[in-house]
Ligand binder design. Structure first.
Ligand code: AMP
Ligand code: ZN
Length: 117
């Protein structure tokens, strides 16, 4: 039985209760297209279990975060040349708006090789 939180949009996407453009999945994570893309390729990799952020997932189950990274690599390679940036916003002050563990997978922009933010 997975851990979920009521009224969490990403728990609902993982459960299939809210539609999303699914790019891939494994036992620990689901990858979808971001609704509001910030790069030519912008996917999210969402943990199956509900935790507030990547550090909380790592504390609960260190291996689960590795499975998120593996899925990120898979969807990035399937959609482009395999060069990408991973971002895990942690805390409102860093821009986190959905408090359920997810990685942003960004690719396809030449600007990314020049600037970090
Ligand atoms: P963060 O600001 O790091 O918490 O990232 C949350 C991301 O989730 C944002 O980039 C949103 O565009 C994206 N997002 C929110 N709701 C949905 C949704 N229903 N489907 C796809 N992406 C979403
Ligand atoms: Zn959740």
């Amino acid at each position: 039985m997975s851990e979920t939180a009521p009224d969490c949009i990403f728990c609902k996407i993982v459960a299939g209760e809210v539609p999303a453009d699914v790019l891939g999945r494994n036992d620990h994570a689901v990858s979808i297209k971001d609704l509001n893309p910030q790069a030519p390729f912008h996917a999210l990799v969402i943990s199956v279990d509900h935790h507030d952020n990547a550090a909380a997932s790592a504390a609960a189950d260190p291996a689960s975060v590795g499975h998120l990274v593996s899925l990120a690599d898979e969807v990035a390679k399937a959609s482009g040349n395999g060069d990408y940036r991973l971002i895990a916003n942690t805390g409102a002050g860093a821009g986190q708006t959905v408090f359920h563990t997810h990685l942003h997978v960004l690719g396809g922009s030449s600007r990314m090789s020049e600037t970090l933010v």
